[in-house]
Design a protein around this ligand. Structure first.
Ligand SMILES: Cc1cc2nc3c(=O)[nH]c(=O)nc-3n(C[C@H](O)[C@H](O)[C@H](O)COP(=O)(O)OP(=O)(O)OC[C@H]3O[C@@H](n4cnc5c(N)ncnc54)[C@H](O)[C@@H]3O)c2cc1C
Length: 313
């Protein structure tokens, strides 16, 4: 119920503009968002690099409405790759195909994705495609397949809450790609996706087993200790070396688990989101864990009642 309430709130302009206006100024959004600029994201990534985490830079923003905008986003993605290279950071970028015009011109989207993959390849880096709402899964998979056939440095996220994902994974197996297994972050109808946590978790475990069969480079992208335990058990059984898989978690979430995965000698990649359009992303993170709202409210109350500094000057 709380989750639905937060989704509802996120559709209210008055709420989101208050949060957007205050989040960075008061600092509460910084818990989950590395900043509004690429420089801030690189600074956060360099700090993670000093703790031996790899990163994936995630430029926040969703659908674009013109080819011009899509080309601008492509340029931003290339700048992100160059920024990582310039700063000597061990990392890649994750891209959203709706930011590259998936809605308006699929051929354009495919060609921009190919250009980004080629630029990344020239820098010996890789890219990962995010999976968005279910209306985009076919198109995203198709663009991924076509791009992956030409560029071996491209990975894709797949969502355990969708009934179809097992079939999609089987279909992608001949490409031997990197696949990141996530639970899924959007609201999907019952005809498309499992609704109960127990059902999503059961499918997540099944799909981990599938991804660890040796046909993929799997990325286990979750903060759920039970899912991680399941994966760790399977990795032990199979004796897989840390070069054959990675764990992924999101900036600011379950830093305790991030540390224990790292201490266990596993490769860990942190998703580092940044950008001016951070509010919808931030609301999604709140909806995943209502306790996060308490943290935000506490920051707002503290700020509201804090005596003005230098009031006497
Ligand atoms: C690297 C990465 C990439 C992702 N890419 C995509 C994508 O492309 N498409 C997509 O649909 N989704 C993506 N997601 C989001 C994902 O689908 C889930 O919505 C999100 O990860 C929460 O699910 P969970 O697996 O952590 O498990 P959950 O069962 O939701 O949570 C398990 C535990 O994790 C902790 N936790 C989870 N979320 C939070 C939070 N916001 N704040 C604090 N603690 C929290 C809590 O302790 C919770 O009990 C990605 C997630 C990761 C980690």
């Amino acid at each position: 119920m709380m989750r639905n309430f937060i989704f509802w709130l996120s559709s209210k302009k008055a709420v989101t503009s208050t949060i957007a206006e205050r989040g960075m100024r008061y600092g509460f959004a910084r818990r989950f968002v590395a900043g509004e600029s690429l420089d801030e994201a690189l600074t956060a990534s360099a700090a993670l690099g000093r703790e031996s985490r790899r990163v994936s830079l995630n430029y926040l923003g969703e659908n674009v409405h013109s080819a011009e905008e899509a080309r601008r986003v492509r340029a931003s993605y290339v700048e992100m790759l160059q920024g990582l290279e310039r700063s000597g950071i061990d990392g890649n970028i994750s891209i959203k195909l709706t930011q590259l015009g998936l809605d308006i011109d699929r051929d354009l989207c495919l060609s921009l994705a190919g250009e980004i993959a080629a630029q990344a390849g020239a820098l010996h880096r890789d890219i990962e495609m995010d999976m968005e709402g279910s209306a985009y899964v076919d198109a995203t998979r198709n663009v991924f397949e076509a791009t992956r056939r030409k560029h071996d440095n491209v990975g894709l996220a797949v969502q355990a809450y969708l009934y179809r994902t097992e079939k999609d994974i089987e279909r992608l197996a001949p490409l031997h790609p990197k696949l990141g297994l996530v639970k899924g972050a959007y609201r999907e109808p019952v005809k498309t996706a499992w609704q109960k946590k127990s059902e999503v978790d059961a499918n997540y475990r099944r799909l981990i087993d599938l991804l660890l069969e040796g046909r993929f480079y799997p990325a286990i992208a979750t903060h759920d200790p039970a899912m991680q335990e399941h994966a760790l058990g399977r990795l032990r059984e199979r004796g897989m070396p840390p070069t054959a898989y990675e764990f992924q978690m999101i900036y600011g979430i379950r830093r305790d688990l991030q540390e224990s995965i790292h201490q266990g000698g596993h490769t860990l990649r942190i998703y580092v989101p940044f950008g001016t359009d951070w509010c919808p992303y931030f609301m999604r993170r709140l909806s995943e864990r209502p306790a996060n709202c308490v943290f935000v409210l506490r920051s707002l109350v503290a700020e509201t009642f804090r005596p003005a500094r230098n009031a006497n000057r």
